[in-house]
Design a protein around this ligand. Structure first.
Ligand code: NAP
Length: 309
């Protein structure tokens, strides 16, 4: 029977324990689950990067680390981690992101703020364009970016996407690689960042690439803070090149109280709530991966340590 250590914040255990037990029973695998095993008796670690475990060396019989988060930037470079690392993919995490992205895209597409904040008597009788006259670009076409792209296509938007490797997604004009970025961004009116945080993706939006967007473009960043050069974004907001930025992720979190994003009239801060891992769903992903490990089958959602995601 494998020993599965739950190494996330201790207060999450009461929430996760029943779901993990149910999920292991569903996949027909007996496992010992605990927040406290001697390290040399642990077979799998259910891991959150904010856990106390930072040194994997004492876990001498460890078979895999199963990350509870989709983003792995805080663990992928850990030199003491020498076993496979899987990231989180679960339907509720994806659904939450689709809802956040769709909602904030529609806010900017429909110009809702003008009416929510209109002064009494202000009657500007200009209807917004329909979705098929709106150019939206999604940077990152992985689990989350692809689902968001498909949802926006269903709403009728003109959707472009960008990824590392070539993709074919119905209704999406797909671009890839360094050369594809300019084509993906040129004239974009709403840009959504769903890239991982890696050395290659840092400052993907910078003074140069922000200049490719349509005048007064909106930016949504539920990906990671370092994807955007903050100073370049503030300059683009001040010049009017960017009309609004809705930011969910930041270089430092919580976003410090004195950060200019808080005060900026054209920035909306959401506190890293675009989507989160839910115990009921993520437990199924975890149990299935442990079952695979025990059966000698390939793990799902493995991280490529070289690429960093
Ligand atoms: P994923 O499945 O790994 O997808 C990542 C996408 O980015 C892939 O399409 C990949 O291209 C592309 N990419 C990576 N490096 C690139 C580069 N240098 N140039 C061009 N494209 C590149 O990840 P995911 O599950 O969709 O999650 C994406 C990110 O969302 C996570 O890493 C995390 O940071 C963030 N996230 C945020 C929240 C929140 O609440 N704010 C919640 C969950 C996740 P290929 O497909 O060609 O590999």
């Amino acid at each position: 029977m494998p020993n599965v250590l739950f190494a996330a914040r201790a207060e999450r255990w009461p929430e996760y324990e029943p779901h993990l037990r149910a999920a292991f029973s569903e996949v027909g695998l007996e496992a010992d689950l605990s927040t406290d095993f001697p390290p040399d008796q642990v077979d799998y670690i259910v891991y959150a990067p904010n856990s106390k475990v930072k040194d994997f060396t004492p876990f001498t019989r460890l078979k895999a680390v199963l990350n509870l988060w989709a983003g792995v930037e805080a663990v992928v470079g850990n030199p003491t981690l020498t076993v496979p690392l899987a990231r989180m993919v679960d339907p509720a995490l994806t659904q939450g992101m689709v809802e956040w992205v769709t909602g904030h895209t529609l806010r900017h597409h429909l110009g809702m703020d003008a009416h929510i904040h209109a002064k009494p008597g202000e009657w500007v009788n200009e209807a917004p364009p329909v979705a098929w006259d709106r150019q939206v670009t999604i940077l990152g076409l992985g689990e989350l970016g692809r689902a968001c792209a498909e949802s926006l296509v269903r709403l009728g938007f003109q959707v472009r996407g960008w990824s590392n490797s070539p993709k074919a997604i119905d209704g999406v004009d797909c671009h890839h690689g360094t050369d594809g970025l300019r084509a993906a961004l040129s004239g974009a009116e709403i840009v959504i960042l769903l890239l991982p945080d890696t050395p290659d993706t840092e400052n993907t939006l910078n003074a140069d690439t922000l200049g490719l967007l349509a005048k007064r473009a909106a930016i949504l960043n539920p990906g990671r803070g370092p994807l955007i050069d903050d100073d370049a974004l503030l300059a683009a907001l001040d010049s009017g090149q960017v009309g609004h930025a809705t930011l969910d992720t930041f270089r430092v979190e919580p976003l410090p109280a004195d950060h200019p994003f808080w005060q900026h009239p054209h920035v909306t801060v959401t506190p890293h709530i675009a989507s989160e891992t839910r115990a009921a769903w993520s437990s199924k992903t975890i149990a299935e991966n442990v079952r695979r490990g025990e059966a000698g089958e390939p793990f799902l959602h493995l991280v490529d340590r070289q690429r960093g995601y």
